[in-house]
Design a protein around this ligand. Structure first.
Ligand code: PMT
Length: 401
């Protein structure tokens, strides 16, 4: 799977002749598996129409900062949150100047100010404009702010000049964009991740389970792969496609997840328990479908399942062990209690009382808790969050050893 698979790329197009190449770029990004939304400056619309970009991207094109309709739907803050990457191609000298000064006088600069996602610029301009001291000073400011700069290429220009300032070709941009998502921070490490729910059978047609979709765990798997880890996914039943570059072990029950986890814990450096494991299972499985009797109620006797993450944390050769905690009240207190009781290195607490995050949502917001600190990460897509969490785990793992 490409490292751009399932990524949400916000493509900013500013007013340069190279804007015609942005249409091809949209297609190439989609071919690599990304979703693309396009923001165009007024000058960009002089070179290529929003209609072209809309037809290619499959989304309405965003052009106005002060658009009451857009503000109610996909306003600049929502777009800033939606993006895994803000990619601006072509980026003109004027846009670089405005960005370097922190201006927010149009939709695209406002998104750049608001976003927590990385920003990459693909400059395109006349060679004299590129070499100009003002542009070079702006470039230094942007590089110091950790904005990625792709190119420009050297060569013949539309105006007849020869020199630096040509926009990179779409395939070169795709290569560099993919590299941004491939960090290498877990190169050589084995990472095991549990994801999804477990199902505990009552009879041949009924079971106890929960609303976990597996999205959080699968996003962590993708981020671990991109960080260079040998990644093992132990998944309960989900509707999600299995990641191509991970070893995938499908299980149904907590006991199966426990057995697979203990096996895969061998040689494991980082164990992440994102699964929502059933704490209890019916003490016995009815061999035939239970029949509705005369009585108004029935009693099901349950027995405790093994605690998977606590068992991993109790191993003599314990990997760096991360648990999740889904809490509906006293989030930090209850999560910290789990950290201590299960001997975890970190616990990631979800507030499941909040709408739009936690179980079966596309977004999540969490609190990262270790023995000494509590750090909140605000709401963002599970993919973005997973990349931040994996970077955090990799850093802690490196400093621990
Ligand atoms: O799958 P999604 O729809 O994307 O939703 C993500 C999520 C909300 C399920 C996920 O982010 C999450 O919070 N997972 C843990 C939910 C949970 O079961 O929490 P818990 O408080 O019951 O368990 C605490 C920890 O112990 C978890 O790491 C859990 O995997 C682990 N556990 C629990 C019971 C058990 N028998 N064995 C375990 O390993």
């Amino acid at each position: 799977m490409s490292s751009l698979a399932n990524k949400q790329i916000l493509l900013g197009v500013t007013g340069g002749i190279a804007a015609y190449k942005s249409a091809d770029l949209v297609r190439r990004l989609q071919d690599a598996g990304a979703s693309v939304q396009v923001v165009m400056t007024p000058a960009a619309q002089e070179f290529i129409t929003p209609l072209t970009m809309q037809a290619l991207s499959g989304y309405p094109v965003h052009t106005q900062l002060l658009d009451p309709e857009a503000e109610a739907g996909m306003g600049h803050i929502q777009l800033a949150r939606w993006a895994d990457l803000v990619l601006i191609a072509p980026a003109t000298a004027d846009f670089m100047a405005r960005l370097s000064q922190g201006m927010g006088n149009d939709l695209l600069t406002s998104i750049c100010l608001a976003t927590a996602a990385p920003i990459a610029l693909v400059p395109a301009m006349n060679q004299g404009m590129w070499r100009n001291a003002a542009t070079q000073t702006n470039l230094d400011i942007l590089i110091n702010r950790k904005i990625h700069i792709f190119g420009p290429a050297d060569g013949g220009q539309a105006c007849g000049d020869i020199g630096p300032g040509r926009m990179l070709e779409p395939l070169q941009i795709i290569d560099l964009t993919s590299q941004l998502f491939t960090t290498g921070s877990l190169a050589g490490k084995k990472v095991v991740i549990t994801a999804g729910p477990t199902r505990e059978a009552i009879d041949p047609v009924r079971y106890i389970s929960n609303y976990s979709s597996g999205k959080m765990g699968y996003a962590l798997v993708q981020a671990a792969i991109e960080a260079g880890a040998h990644t093992v996914l132990i998944s309960g039943p989900t509707q999600l496609a299995k990641p191509a570059r991970a070893k995938c072990i499908e299980v149904t029950t907590a006991e199966e997840m426990y057995a697979a986890s203990l096996l895969e814990a061998q040689g494991c450096d980082l164990f992440i328990a994102a699964a929502a494991v059933a704490d209890y299972r019916p003490i016995e499985l009815a061999p035939q479908k239970l029949k509705k009797g005369d009585s108004e109620s029935i009693t099901l006797t349950l027995i405790k399942n093994p605690d998977i993450v606590a068992s991993i944390a109790a191993l003599e050769r314990k990997p760096f062990t991360v648990g999740f905690a889904a809490e509906s009240e006293r989030l930090v207190d209850y999560a910290r209690a789990k950290l201590e009781r299960k001997n975890l290195d970190l616990v990631i607490a979800n507030n499941i009382a909040e709408n739009h995050i936690g179980f079966n949502s596309d977004d999540n917001a969490v609190t990262v808790i270790d023995k000494h600190s509590t750090v909140e990460i605000s709401q963002r897509s599970k993919q973005q969050l997973a990349r931040e969490l994996i970077a955090c785990f990799a850093q802690k793992l490196a400093s621990q050893r």
